[in-house]
Design a protein around this ligand. Structure first.
Ligand code: NAP
Length: 282
């Protein structure tokens, strides 16, 4: 019998803790915590993400500062704005919503954000610190997975973990977090031979691939914990994950659904990182 990991419930629980932390910070230091959200262009999915992030800020008591720039914004203008935010004492975290319009050099713009305000946890310094198991701001989605495991009482220590996917924002930091938590970690990708064999060894299997229902029941060990990071569309255009949930669930001890699993944790961890950034700045 499997247990469903309810990302919405965990997310709510963590948001309550964050709200308390924000309240305490305001009382102790007599100032607000600020998150700057920068949206350039009119990507409709990005607009929804930004709206949800601003809503989450309101919910936990973080002050959001929104900057909406047109698609024609020049590299110089984008860099100027980020530099202003870097030097703005009201701002504890800077979030530049990706993807940026194609003519902009995203890497250069993101590189202007110092590690102390990099609440996405994407910069080289935060990634490097994570690899060295030092204090840092950790990418929100994998950090959310770790929080869920912790809240479910699942300790990765001594377990065999397999992460399918090696992106800088999910797969790699996920693998590092599991390694830092004393799991033995294998990272798989599109060039991995015999992926099924690797997956079958996993006590904890994390799918971060971007392919609908790619992980099938024959790839999952009996009793495994299965975490589905994927946000894909099935053949009917319905939101689904990288895991063939209906067939895989019976083999699992724990499994995250899509929607309602990892997804709700990501924005919550952004709020968590913004509070952390504020606490570390005093
Ligand atoms: P990505 O940058 O496209 O990376 C996908 C990874 O999967 C790559 O490392 C790729 O290998 C690997 N892969 C692709 N096909 C494969 C195959 N046939 N066998 C084995 N590995 C394969 O994607 P991402 O940004 O990490 O996102 C992954 C998924 O998570 C997407 O569905 C995305 O929407 C979702 N996501 C969800 C959240 C959330 O909040 N829930 C946040 C971020 C992402 P190579 O490196 O060899 O190409």
């Amino acid at each position: 019998m499997f247990k469903l990991i309810d990302g919405k419930a965990h997310s709510q629980g963590i948001r309550q803790e964050i709200s308390k932390g924000v309240e305490e910070y305001k009382k102790n230091f007599g100032k607000e915590i600020g998150l700057a959200v920068v949206l350039i262009g009119d990507n409709s999915a990005s607009k929804v993400y930004v709206r949800n992030k601003i809503k989450a800020c309101e919910e936990v008591g973080i002050k959001s500062y929104s900057y909406y720039l047109p698609a024609e914004t020049s590299q110089n203008q984008a860099e100027e704005l980020v530099n202003e935010l870097v030097n703005d004492e009201r701002i504890n975290g800077i979030l530049v919503q990706l993807p940026l319009p194609e003519h902009l050099n995203s890497e250069k713009i993101l590189s202007l954000i110092p590690m102390s305000k990099d609440v996405d946890g994407f910069c080289a310094e935060n990634m490097g610190s994570l690899c060295m198991n030092k204090e840092c701001l950790v990418a929100c989605t994998p950090n959310g997975v770790m929080k869920m495991l912790e809240r479910e009482g699942i300790d990765p220590k001594g377990k065999k973990a397999v992460v399918v996917g090696r992106s800088n924002i999910v797969g790699k930091p996920m693998a590092m977090l599991l390694l830092n938590a004393d799991a033995t970690v294998t990272v798989c990708h599109s060039k991995t031979p015999d992926l099924k064999k690797q997956c079958l060894e996993a006590d904890i299997l994390v799918a971060a691939i971007g392919r609908a229902k790619f992980i099938t029941a024959d790839m999952v060990k009996e009793g495994a914990v299965v975490i589905d990071v994927g946000m894909d569309r099935d053949e009917n255009g319905k939101l689904c994950g990288d895991v063939d949930f209906e067939n895989v669930k019976e083999k699992c001890s724990y499994i995250t659904p899509v929607p309602g699993g990892v997804g709700p944790m990501t924005i919550t961890m952004l709020m968590y990182n913004t509070l952390e950034a504020a606490k570390r700045s005093v």
